[in-house]
Design a protein around this ligand. Structure first.
Ligand SMILES: Nc1ncnc2c1ncn2[C@@H]1O[C@H](COP(=O)(O)OP(=O)(O)OP(=O)(O)O)[C@@H](O)[C@H]1O
Ligand SMILES: Nc1nc2c(ncn2[C@@H]2O[C@H](COP(=O)(O)O)[C@@H](O)[C@H]2O)c(=O)[nH]1
Length: 206
């Protein structure tokens, strides 16, 4: 599938800081739009339906799977999460750059469908810091934090499948790296699209 907009995928173990980095990027770069996923998990803290997620019952999620409404979905931390086709395709067709914050399983599915997707993995500087970020965030019960820490071990083993890896130790440094990746890849793909359009025209390819 080829759209005029770009697709960026950010994955990371829970607590590594991907939501914080993506939120900061969105404030700096109005050409990037977030995709809102569906999840079967309950809202936490101040989360709002339609803003952080579409909070969906198991039955609604099943119905969306049956209707082939997801571009990708996966079981993550004992819940289901998915990116709907609606969340990304219309916006990319209009030329927007769309950013997905999803887990590594979803990122691999996206790369198989959109080979031009730019996949970025965020790593924490250490396991101790990852746990302390989850604890300081204060949104998850201790057993949920333990499960997320355990799952993180398997998740980081997939970092080498990604186009870019960012270490989120100092937040501003990691944000600088994320911005640089988005800008450089956008320039690369727009130059490629221009060259292709010019060549198609020169060769009279419809
Ligand atoms: N570089 C950093 N240094 C210190 N704290 C950070 C840094 N980056 C993010 N944090 C903090 O770590 C916590 C986890 O960050 P965040 O919620 O962005 O993680 P996440 O990867 O999106 O997690 P999840 O997948 O569970 O949503 C937050 O409290 C955030 O403020
Ligand atoms: N495969 C997908 N993974 C997703 C999607 N939306 C979020 N996620 C990932 O789930 C975990 C947990 O998120 P949390 O908000 O409960 O902390 C995290 O790794 C997210 O990136 C999705 O649409 N598809």
């Amino acid at each position: 599938m080829d759209y005029p907009g770009n697709l960026f995928v950010v994955a990371a173990p829970s607590g590594a800081g991907k939501s914080s980095l993506v939120k900061a990027l969105l404030e700096l770069d109005s050409r990037v739009q977030p995709s809102v996923s569906h999840t079967t998990r309950a809202p936490r803290g101040q989360e709002k339906h339609g803003r952080e997620y579409f909070f969906t019952s198991q039955q609604e999620f099943d119905a969306m799977v049956a209707a082939d409404a997801f571009v990708e979905w996966a079981h993550v931390h004992s819940q289901r999460y998915g990116t709907s086709k609606k969340a990304i395709e219309e916006r990319m067709a209009q030329g927007a750059d769309v950013i997905l914050e999803i887990d590594f399983q979803g990122a691999i599915q996206i790369k198989n469908i959109f080979s031009n997707a730019i996949c970025i993995f965020i790593l924490p500087p250490s396991w101790e810091e990852l746990r302390s970020r989850l604890e300081r965030r204060g949104e998850d019960a201790p057993d949920v934090i333990d499960m997320r820490m355990k799952n993180a071990q398997a998740e980081v083993s997939h970092a080498d499948k990604f186009d870019f890896v960012i270490i989120n130790e100092l937040f501003d440094r990691a944000l600088f790296d994320l911005k640089a990746i988005v800008h450089s890849q956008r320039l690369k793909f727009s130059a490629q699209r221009r060259a292709r359009a010019e060549t198609f025209k020169a060769l009279n390819i419809p």
